[in-house]
Write a protein that binds this ligand. Structure first.
Ligand SMILES: [Zn+2]
Length: 402
C-alpha cells in the first residue's frame, strides 16, 4: 500500500454527488491510497509522498469523450482550402475528407500507428486528459478497422492514460462502395461487428449519421446489430443537416448523441425526455470556420445533460487541449464556466458509462487529478492560449511534474 497526499490546495473544484453540481472547496487536502481517493478534508496526516499544491487550483482530470486519434497525417492542405473558401462538404466530395485519411491507415504498419498514437496520448495527458474515448474509422475495411482497434488496445496496455475504444467502421463509405452503399452497411453488420465483438477490442459502436454519409435506416441497422453483440451505441448526430438522428439516438437509447449543431426542435424535445447525453464539440465548429454553434442553452433548458469533448481528428478539428475546448465552450456555446467543468469531467465520464469510477474528486473514485499552475478556476477559461498544468495524477501516480 502506498499513500499520496495533496496539501495546500487553494481551490478544489469538482462535481459533487450529494449536491449533483460542481462545488468549490477552499484550503483542503486530498489523501490518495494506491490508485483511489481515500479522504478529502483537513489534517489528514502524513503520507508516503506529499505534494505541496502551493495554494493553486486542483480539478479532476479531463475525460475527453469524443476523439479520432488513429491516423497517419493531418489534412492541413484542407485547412488552407477551407480558408480559400471551399466547404468541408465540397472538399469531401472532391476526394478529401475522411476518405483521404484511409490510404494512410491502410498502408501503415501497426507499429507505425502505435508510435504515433502513443505520442498523441502523451500530449493529451500533458494537457490534463486522463481518460479518452478513441474511435477507429480511418480503415473502413475489415483488416484496417481491426488494426486501428488493435493499435488502441496495445497503446492502452503501455500507456498511463485510460483509453475507451469505439468501433466506427461507419465513419464514411470507402471509395470502392460508391453506388452500392448498402453492401458496405451489410459488411459492417455481418462481418466487422461480429469480429470486433469476438476480439473484445471495442466498448462502443458509433455511426456518422449525416446527409451524404449514413442514413437513418442504415444507422439504425448498424447500431442495433452492435447492441446484439454487446457494443453500446453512440452517434454523430445532426452535425451539418437536421436528419432526425437525435431522435434516433433516443429511440435506440444511445449513451450519447454528438455534435448537434443542426438538431431540430423535435430532437431537443425528445432528448429532453431521455437519458441520452448531448456531447457538444465546439472545437470542430471553430476549426471549420463556421459560426453556427450547437444550441447549448436550448439543450440545457430541455433538461438534457451536456458533455463537451475535443473531437480531435486529422481533418475537421486538430485540437487536443480540453482547457482550450473549455474556453471555446464558454465563449461560443455560452456555457457557464462551472457547467463546462462538469461537462468535461463528470458528464463526459457518464457518457462513457464510467461516472462511478472517474470524473470527479470524491472518496472511492480513481485518483485522476490535475494540479494547475494558478490559483483560480476562472483562469482555465480566460488564459486562452496557455493554461499551465503543474502535475497530472493518473490512478494515484503523479506523472507530469514541473
Ligand atoms: Zn467525430
Amino acid at each position: 500500500m502506498s499513500t499520496l497526499k495533496l496539501f495546500n490546495i487553494g481551490q478544489l473544484v469538482t462535481y459533487n454527488t450529494p449536491s449533483d453540481s460542481i462545488e468549490t472547496f477552499f484550503d483542503i487536502e486530498v489523501m490518495i491510497e494506491n490508485s483511489q481517493i481515500k479522504e478529502i478534508g483537513n489534517g489528514l496526516g502524513i503520507a508516503d509522498e506529499m505534494i505541496d499544491c502551493k495554494n493553486n487550483l486542483v480539478t479532476p482530470g479531463f475525460v475527453d469523450s469524443h476523439t479520432h486519434p488513429v491516423f497517419i497525417d493531418s489534412r492541413d492542405d484542407e485547412f488552407l482550402r477551407r480558408l480559400g473558401g471551399e466547404s468541408y462538404e465540397s472538399i469531401a466530395e472532391n476526394g478529401g475528407g475522411i476518405v483521404k485519411s484511409i490510404q494512410g491507415v491502410r498502408e501503415a504498419t501497426e507499429s507505425q500507428l502505435i508510435d504515433l498514437v502513443k505520442k498523441r496520448m502523451d500530449r493529451f495527458l500533458k494537457l490534463g486528459t486522463t481518460t479518452i474515448e478513441a474511435k477507429s474509422g480511418y480503415g473502413l475495411n475489415m483488416e484496417s478497422e481491426l488494426k486501428s482497434l488493435s493499435v488502441l488496445d496495445k497503446v492502452q496496455k503501455e500507456h498511463a492514460i485510460d483509453i475507451v475504444p469505439t468501433f466506427m467502421g461507419a465513419h464514411s463509405f470507402p471509395p470502392n462502395f460508391v453506388n452500392r452503399e448498402q453492401d458496405y452497411v451489410d459488411l459492417i453488420c455481418n462481418e466487422m461487428i461480429p469480429e470486433v465483438a469476438k476480439q473484445g477490442i471495442a466498448k462502443f459502436n458509433d455511426v456518422f449519421c449525416e446527409k451524404g454519409y449514413f442514413t437513418i435506416d442504415q444507422t439504425r441497422q448498424i447500431l442495433r446489430k452492435g447492441l446484439d453483440y454487446g457494443l453500446k451505441p453512440r452517434l454523430h448526430a445532426d452535425e451539418f443537416y437536421s436528419t432526425g438522428s437525435a431522435e434516433l439516438a433516443v429511440e435506440i437509447q444511445a449513451s450519447s448523441a454528438d455534435h448537434l449543431m443542426a438538431i431540430s426542435e423535435e430532437g431537443i424535445k425528445r432528448m429532453g425526455k431521455s437519458n441520452v447525453i448531448a456531447t457538444l464539440l465546439p472545437g470542430t465548429t471553430f476549426f471549420l470556420g463556421k459560426t453556427e454553434y450547437a444550441p447549448y442553452q436550448d439543450l440545457y433548458d430541455a433538461g438534457i445533460n451536456v458533455a463537451i469533448a475535443s473531437d480531435y481528428n486529422p481533418g475537421s478539428c486538430f485540437i487536443q487541449s480540453m482547457p482550450f475546448i473549455i474556453s471555446l465552450a464558454c465563449i461560443y456555446l455560452k456555457i457557464p464556466l462551472l457547467e463546462a467543468i462538469k461537462a468535461s469531467t463528470y458528464t463526459a465520464a457518464k457518457s462513457l458509462l464510467l461516472e462511478n469510477k472517474i470524473g470527479s474528486i470524491e472518496t472511492g473514485k480513481n485518483a485522476d487529478i490535475i494540479v494547475w499552475g494558478f490559483p483560480k478556476i476562472e483562469q482555465i477559461a480566460s488564459m486562452v492560449s496557455h493554461q499551465p498544468i503543474d502535475i497530472v495524477i493518473k490512478n494515484g501516480k503523479p506523472l507530469i511534474t514541473p
